[in-house]
Write a protein that binds this ligand. Structure first.
Ligand code: SF4
Length: 216
């Protein structure tokens, strides 16, 4: 999948942050200097496909403040995607009324506690049909906690229809394997278990990178 990596800034509140802990560096995304021409060339190659957007930072961090003209950035991005019949998968930890989430094919919310599911359910704005939540498995996770998250999603949810877990990456780029066997057992039955790998081609500012941990 083509994955657009932005850097509009971040709240830095995820304990497991692979970006911060591994010194990954993505230039601040600015609507005026972003490589639109180069992105258009890539979209021509990915016509009709699902394209994702994430960070470096959180792709919605600046949206309300608009310091880096992120509203104009997203307006232009949605037009370009439409031109090449592409659909968008947004990865974020931010819920804000102003962003048109429903223009995406899928929104993937990166959560840190199961109770945040309630925030998604109680929102006052539209979400697309596909809403996924992702939890990064950390050292304090147990099988019991994972099952509690499953129950919480099933019992308290009216918006989320995909649950996934992924492994934490340490500060030397190494994958941790917390609850690994248990997560493999439930994969495709109770949740999706995403094992760490460079599945994507990353579009960073004006060019393609192939290995996330080498973006420096
Ligand atoms: S949103 Fe992303 S970049 Fe920001 S702290 Fe969380 S994991 Fe790190």
């Amino acid at each position: 999948m083509l994955s657009i990596l932005t850097n509009f800034g971040c709240h830095w509140s995820c304990r497991y942050c692979v970006y911060r802990e591994n010194g990954i560096n993505i230039k601040i995304t600015d609507y005026r200097t972003f490589g639109w021409k180069e992105l258009e060339e890539e979209l021509k190659q990915h016509k009709g496909e699902l394209v994702s957007i994430s960070g470096g930072g959180d792709p919605l961090y600046d949206y309300n403040k608009d310091t880096h003209r992120s509203k104009m950035f997203y307006n232009k991005l949605f037009l370009l995607l439409e031109k090449y019949n592409c659909i968008l998968e947004l990865h974020t930890s931010i819920l804000i009324e102003e962003f048109p989430y429903d223009k995406c094919e899928r929104v993937v919310f990166h959560l840190t506690t199961p109770t945040q599911i309630g925030l998604i359910n109680n929102r006052l704005f539209e979400l697309p049909k596909l809403v996924r939540v992702v939890f990064v498995v950390q050292d304090y996770y147990t099988n019991k906690l994972i099952l509690q998250i499953v129950r919480y999603v099933n019992d308290n949810n009216n918006a989320v229809n995909e649950l996934s877990f992924r492994q934490m990456i340490g500060s030397n780029g190494e994958t941790k394997y917390y609850c690994h066997e248990f997560l493999k057992q439930g994969h495709m039955k109770l949740w999706y278990y995403i094992e760490q790998c460079d599945y994507n081609e990353y579009f960073v500012d004006d060019h393609i990178e192939r290995e996330y941990l080498k973006i420096k």
